[in-house]
Structure formats: structure tokens, C-alpha cells
Write a protein that binds this ligand. Structure first.
Ligand code: AMP
Ligand code: MN
Ligand code: MN
Ligand code: MN
Length: 275
């Protein structure tokens, strides 16, 4: 069975509609797909219908933005009740801060000599409910400040660079609490992406586990082979299951395509063990 439990659609910062994501996943041999838009569940009904039509299994998902210590982390929610109010309210609360943050990002870019970024990023927005740094990244490529998406984030939009503004997302405790209240599983996404020391990472995993977190995303395009082995070992020692996801955003913008994932390393419990 081929699982892909992390990807995005036009309901957040992906380039394909939920239907297109599902059809592409099915065509590429994915058997079980979760759509995990940022802070958003609005694409799930459409994706589920498309999955039924395409004959693949569908799992509800979302990727929650969380502030932990002084960094932003992402928690993937899987297999929850998409009608559960505590989770829906929590997601709405997270999304609510995004427009204000986007205006501050634009101000910061303007000070750095790049005017019009708010309106520019808006032109790439595909859901009125959500604006993200990805939309700013597409605008920065368009106006020629960087030639490729992959270079945008190292020059702009990240801590210490023009276009970065600190923002308070949900707390880790709240995010895991909402996911569990809705009957879902909480997965710490792409741990290799976080700018933390070794002790910081262990502290994060310990807190994640103590709040009841369920799994670690061991397979991710953000991880080199050595990190896959490292995170598999950390999942085991922290009593966490393991998950897998391409984090696909669309043609030309992603390291991995839908379903392009190897098997989980030997010895970890897959997050789908009891599905
Ligand atoms: P936001 O939730 O608005 O802060 O935007 C985060 C999104 O920006 C991520 O989900 C990615 O899609 C994108 N992103 C962040 N860092 C990078 C990076 N280094 N390279 C490519 N995309 C990135
Ligand atoms: Mn994204
Ligand atoms: Mn993420
Ligand atoms: Mn993602």
C-alpha cells in the first residue's frame, strides 16, 4: 500500500484544486491520501468525493501552524471528524491572524525596497480564507527579485531577512488538544526543517509526546537519508508512531511528487497501524 499523508491544494498554498490533487495522486499509484491544507479543512469534502470517484482511500487532514518557544512548527492532523467544532474554531483562530501578518510582511518588504507586495501576493491567493508566505514567494519570483521559488525563502521571508515578521500561532497544547477532541491523530511535521539544536529537538519531541502527540513525520522531502534514520530512531525512543508525506504543493514547486516516498524504515510503527 502506498501512503501519502501530507499535501496541499488551492484551499491553502497549493497550485492544484483538491480534485486535481486527488486525481494526480491516484494516477501516480497512491492508495491512501490525506489532503493537509494549512490551517484549513475547506477542501476535504471535494477531495473525498474525488477520491471515491478515483477509487482510492481518503483520510481527512490539515496542517496546523504552531508557535513553540521562539520558532514556528507544523502539526499535521489526520483522520479527525471534519465537523468537530473545537477543531474548526481553532483553525479559524489560526487563519484569522494571517491577513494582519501579510500586511506586516508587505511593510517589511516595502522598507527593503519592494513595494506593492500585499497586492502582489494577493494575486496568487486562491482561497479568500488564507494568505501565506508562499503567495509572497510567487510574487517575489514574478517581479524578478529572485529567479526561483527555492531561493526566495533563503533571501526573504525567513528570520533575519526582509519580509519576515514574528507571528503568534496556536500553542502546541491547544493544537494537539483540538485534534484529539475531534478524534484525530497529531503528527509532528518535517522535524528536519526546524532550526533547533539537538537538545532543543529532544525537548520539542518530549513536549509533543507529553501533550499526547501521536507520530513523527519520518519521511518528508525535507529529510536526507541520514535524517530519516535519525527520526525513525527518535520516534521509537519517544514512543511515537511514524508518518510519511510528500508535502506536495504543485507542478514545478515541490521536491517530491505525490506518492514519491520510499517505505518507512524498519522497526517503526506506522501512524496507520490501527486504521
Ligand atoms: P506560512 O504558513 O504562511 O508561514 O507559509 C509557510 C509555507 O511556505 C510552507 O508551507 C511552504 O509551502 C513555504 N515554505 C516555507 N519555507 C520554505 C522553503 N525554505 N522553501 C520552499 N517553501 C517554503
Ligand atoms: Mn505550504
Ligand atoms: Mn509545513
Ligand atoms: Mn505542508
Amino acid at each position: 500500500m502506498r501512503y501519502d499523508l501530507h499535501c496541499h491544494s488551492t484551499r491553502s498554498d497549493g497550485l492544484l484544486s483538491p480534485t486535481e490533487v486527488v486525481r494526480r495522486a491516484a494516477a501516480r499509484g497512491v492508495d491512501v491520501l490525506a489532503l493537509t491544507d494549512h490551517d484549513e479543512t475547506a477542501g476535504l469534502d471535494e477531495a473525498r468525493a474525488a477520491a471515491e470517484e478515483a477509487g482510492i482511500a481518503f483520510v481527512t487532514g490539515a496542517e496546523l501552524s504552531v508557535s513553540w518557544e521562539d520558532i514556528t512548527i507544523h502539526v499535521v492532523a489526520l483522520r479527525f471528524d471534519p465537523a468537530h467544532e473545537a477543531l474548526l474554531d481553532g483553525l479559524q483562530q489560526i487563519r484569522g491572524g494571517r491577513d494582519r501578518r501579510a500586511r506586516r510582511i508587505a511593510e517589511s518588504l516595502s522598507v527593503a525596497g519592494i513595494p506593492g507586495a500585499y497586492e502582489g501576493a494577493r494575486r496568487y491567493v486562491t482561497s479568500e480564507r488564507l494568505i501565506s508566505r508562499t503567495h509572497f514567494a510567487r510574487f517575489l519570483v514574478e517581479v524578478g527579485h529572485v529567479s526561483e521559488m527555492k531561493d526566495v525563502f533563503s533571501r526573504y521571508l525567513t528570520p533575519g531577512r526582509p519580509g519576515y515578521v514574528a507571528h503568534a500561532w496556536a500553542s502546541l497544547e491547544d493544537a494537539i488538544g483540538w485534534i484529539h477532541a475531534a478524534g484525530g491523530q497529531a503528527v509532528l511535521a518535517h522535524p528536519g526543517r526546524y532550526k533547533v539544536t539537538g537538545t532543543g529537538l529532544r525537548r520539542l519531541l518530549g513536549e509533543f509526546r507529553d501533550y499526547g502527540g501521536d507520530a513523527l513525520e519520518v519521511l518528508s522531502p525535507s529529510h536526507q537519508a541520514a535524517q530519516v534514520a535519525q527520526f525513525a530512531a527518535l520516534a521509537r525512543t519517544h514512543g511515537l508512531a511514524a508518518s510519511t508525506g510528500s508535502d506536495y504543493h504543485g507542478p514545478g514547486e515541490s521536491w517530491l511528487d505525490l506518492g514519491d516516498l520510499p517505505a518507512l524504515p524498519f522497526g517503526v510503527d506506522p501512524v496507520w497501524k490501527h486504521w
